[in-house]
Design a protein around this ligand. Structure first.
Ligand code: TZP
Ligand code: MG
Length: 207
């Protein structure tokens, strides 16, 4: 997969007054280079409509669109790939469905999960939650930056740090060895979405 560094996940509960596409376009203009549609509450039809709109946006800017959970929706809109968690279909089955050319990302919270995802052909892994987050229900306890250090030394595929990452703490994540970071609330909940993304890029480039 093409390299990326600033990954934004949708979270419409953080911008109730603003349109999904406007917010995500501001994120792209600020430097986001990969987007994930994550919607845990809407019906399949509504997720499909959002995926179609986001696909048009991400195509316009030539960046990947990843769909969380809904493999069928990812295929229907010809998204770049899917993101699955530990409770979703096993990676081998997801690969059979989605094919070898699509991106598969897997959430991991410990090294055994990371190693399994790598061995089973994940294109990237999510590493987190690094810090406390309010954006995910049933979330495990923060894994801290220690898990990032472990992944850096044991895992070869790309990884992205996630969970409670803010402008004020992203430096710790970078210092632990992350070169890619992923956020929901700090980006999509910002009053100046583009400005926050530009600031993340500035910090990522400063290292
Ligand atoms: N997976 C692990 S933490 C998390 C997900 C989807 C939520 C991240 O959201 P935020 O607002 O950046 O903490
Ligand atoms: Mg899932």
């Amino acid at each position: 997969m093409k390299n990326f560094r600033l990954y934004a996940i949708t979270g419409e509960e953080f911008h109730p007054e603003r349109d999904l596409i406007d917010v995500m376009e501001q994120a792209i203009l600020g430097g986001v280079d990969i987007i994930q549609l994550r919607d845990k509450t809407s019906s399949k039809m509504v997720v499909l409509e959002k995926a179609k709109r986001l696909k048009a946006l991400t195509d316009q800017y030539h960046i990947p669109l990843i769909i969380n959970d809904h493999i069928d929706v990812a295929l229907a809109v010809d998204a770049s790939g899917v993101h699955v968690g530990q409770d979703d279909l096993p990676l081998e089955e997801v690969r059979k469905i989605i094919g070898k050319d699509k991106i598969i990302g897997v959430s991991t919270h410990q090294l055994t999960e990371a190693k399994k995802a790598e061995a089973n052909g994940a294109d990237y892994i999510g590493v987190g939650p690094i810090f406390t987050t309010k954006s995910k229900v049933d979330v495990v306890d923060p894994v801290t930056t220690t898990y990032i250090s472990e992944v850096v030394s044991e895992i070869s595929i790309p990884f992205v740090a996630i969970g409670g990452i803010k402008l004020h703490n992203v430096q710790q994540v970078i210092e632990a060895g992350a070169t890619r970071v992923c956020m929901i609330s700090e980006i999509v909940g910002a009053s100046d979405v583009k400005g926050v993304c530009q600031e993340f890029i500035r910090i990522l480039e400063r290292k």
